[in-house]
Design a protein around this ligand. Structure first.
Ligand code: ADP
Length: 267
């Protein structure tokens, strides 16, 4: 019961004589609140269970995959050209599929490991971007890309995850470039009332409106691996990193005109 009251009459010694009161039955409200709390606790525990499952599964799958990969490579080294042409072809398929399985499982393991370390520190985004560009020097030079970084703030977060976030967005901007046109990438930040908004802008192939949400789901890709290499994990990583930091990510894009990946981090 929710009660409120107000004394309206006192005696000469200021002892209360009369009061007006209201009593509201809030049983239903409390029941709903409790049901909601229970539901969100259950949901959280199911999510944790799923994440733990993905972690254990991908971790335990690594060993047998490694064994298949190394024995099929040995088989190729020893018997290539000694069996018939078809056998050589089969071995090639086994090796390339095993390598792909290896990168998918590694990606899943990385994905489920995100957030295990919850230590947040101060991160100077300008320094972080400088060091990322150093690390990516080869692909930046190979694609003749031009990268412009605006003034970036110092934020609080998990440095390794924030590095992964920027790295994924930049490497996608380098990868999904228009044929014959060097990538131009701009990275800017805007201080807003409640958050900081970052944008990674490219002049690449762009993304059709209908796929702009789907690309953030794990293993979702819009191209075959022949057209563009990849596993479809990068943006799922970015989304999870932002969830762990209390932010969000989305894309604005038009096919053939480039994409702008925006994300926010709380102030
Ligand atoms: P991957 O790069 O391994 O394919 P991601 O999860 O990083 O996986 O990206 C998912 C898909 O989103 C990509 O396959 C691509 O189709 C699309 N995409 C991501 N970044 C860009 C970009 N900058 N320009 C155009 N398409 C992009």
């Amino acid at each position: 019961v929710y009660c409120r009251g107000k004394v309206i009459e006192w005696d000469d010694e200021w002892n209360p004589l009369r009061a007006v009161e209201s009593h509201v039955d809030i049983t239903k409200l409390k029941e709903t609140e409790e049901a909601e709390k229970k539901y969100s606790e259950e949901l959280e525990s199911k999510n944790k269970e799923l994440e733990q499952f993905a972690y254990v599964a991908s971790h335990d799958l690594q060993e047998p995959i490694r064994t298949i990969a190394s024995f099929s490579e040995l088989l190729e080294q020893k018997y290539k050209g000694k069996l018939d042409k078809e056998a050589d072809q089969y071995l090639k398929f086994i090796i390339s599929s095993t390598n792909r399985m290896k990168s998918l499982v590694n990606g899943l393991l990385d994905y489920s490991s995100l957030g295990r370390n919850k230590e947040f520190t101060k991160v100077d985004c300008s320094l972080l971007l400088k060091s990322i560009q150093e690390d990516m020097k080869v692909s930046i030079t190979d694609t003749a890309a031009e990268i412009n970084v605006g003034q970036l703030p110092i934020i609080t977060g998990h440095e390794i995850e924030l590095r992964l976030l920027f790295q994924n967005l930049i490497s996608n901007a380098l990868k999904f470039k228009k044929e014959g046109i060097p990538p131009k990438i701009q990275i800017i930040a805007e201080q807003r009332t409640d958050d900081i908004k970052f944008s990674v802008i490219d002049n690449g192939i762009g993304i059709e409106q209908q796929y702009q949400e789907r690309i953030f789901a794990i293993f979702q890709r819009l191209h075959s691996k022949k057209e563009y290499e990849g596993t479809g994990i990068g943006l799922a990583h970015c989304q999870k990193i932002l969830e762990l930091h209390g932010g969000k990510i989305w894309v604005d894009s038009k096919p053939n005109e480039g994409s702008t990946f925006n994300f926010t981090l709380p102030n």
